[in-house]
Design a binder for this molecule. Structure first.
Ligand code: PBG
Length: 314
């Protein structure tokens, strides 16, 4: 059956389409786009650039984008207060996208790292990231983003109990229709390096995130994290990073049969891009193969910086 393309197609178990992809976008408060040296072809975009990317996503059949801010270092503080400013960069980007009237889902991260002077996802007291106080701030961050028009709130901070509290806060604020996508199994990974360059948190990050993000050695723990987030009201869950964690995607999908997303993170993008740049790999083929691998592992959707490139080939 492998001999002919027609019969290979007939027995193919997994498929990939633009409708499976979510495109992460970086926004900054400047008029011109700025390249990110560790992520070839990915730019920090202006507000107008984000809207243009949104239109491109719609044209390519990509259902949603995720917005990440590169915040002016002057606005980063220990208490990350810019995260709850209703007129911050992310909120302005969401409003600009929504004002454009596009049929496009807009996803926003909930976490403090783009706004904190220490680069941690939560508040730091006596050298420790404190869970409960952080959750209070995350709820406020979710509300300002929902007010701006965000469709999907995606807590990526890995604090305990935040999904339930964010859900309650959204409901109480009149945002019952806003979805919650939980970064349920997010590992303390070295593959986030280029992302931290992109949002300007790598230079400032003190220490690591091992006290709240998951240990890469664990898999049962991913199921416990996912079970908690679903019980607290998550509409969809995410596994992150992607390629080194396909076993986790499969276990989560098998255990919960829930909408399961996976994030092909910045380091995975950089790895394939730089290898292709050196002529070691054929970019189009490895890109599509890596994305199909997520589908085969059970993912419903993939966040990937390759989204426009891949969608154009599909
Ligand atoms: C912030 C956040 C990170 C990513 C998404 N949201 C970085 C981190 O946790 O340090 C990583 C995405 C990527 O590497 O592409 N909490």
């Amino acid at each position: 059956m492998r001999r002919y393309d027609w019969s290979r197609r007939l027995v193919r178990e997994s498929s990939l389409s633009p409708g499976d992809l979510i495109w992460p976008l970086f926004v900054h408060d400047q008029a011109e786009p700025e390249p990110i040296p560790t992520m070839p072809d990915v730019m920090r975009l202006s507000l107008a650039g984000v809207v243009e990317a949104g239109r491109r996503a719609v044209d390519l059949g990509i259902p949603a984008v995720a917005i990440f801010p590169a915040v002016d270092p002057a606005l980063k503080t220990d208490d990350a207060r810019e995260a709850v400013n209703a007129d911050n960069l992310v909120c302005r980007a969401v409003r600009a996208l929504k004002d454009a009237g596009l049929d496009l889902g807009v996803i926003c991260d909930v976490a403090l790292d783009p706004y904190s002077s220490h680069g941690q996802d939560g508040l730091v007291r006596d050298g420790e990231v404190v869970n409960d106080e952080t959750v209070d701030v995350l709820c406020k961050q979710a509300i300002v983003q929902a007010q701006a028009g965000c469709d999907v709130i995606a807590p990526s901070d890995m604090m305990d109990g935040r999904i339930g509290r964010v859900r309650e806060a959204l409901d109480a604020g009149g945002f019952q229709h806003v979805q919650v996508l939980a970064y349920a199994a997010k590992y303390a990974s070295a593959f986030y390096g280029p992302f931290r360059d992109a949002v300007g948190s790598s230079g400032v990050l003190r220490g690591d995130k091992k006290t709240y993000q998951m240990d890469p050695a664990n898999t049962d723990e991913a199921l416990r994290e996912t079970a908690l987030d679903l019980a607290e009201g998550a509409d969809a869950v995410m596994v992150k990073p992607g390629m080194p964690y396909l076993d986790i995607v499969r276990r989560v999908k098998d255990a919960f049969a829930c909408p399961t997303f996976v994030y092909q993170v910045s380091g995975e993008y950089a790895m394939l891009r730089f290898a292709a740049q050196q002529d070691a790999l054929d970019l189009d083929r490895v890109m599509l193969e890596s994305l199909l691998g997520f589908k085969r592992a059970g993912a419903d959707a993939v966040l990937t910086y390759f989204a426009p490139h891949a969608a154009a080939l599909l």
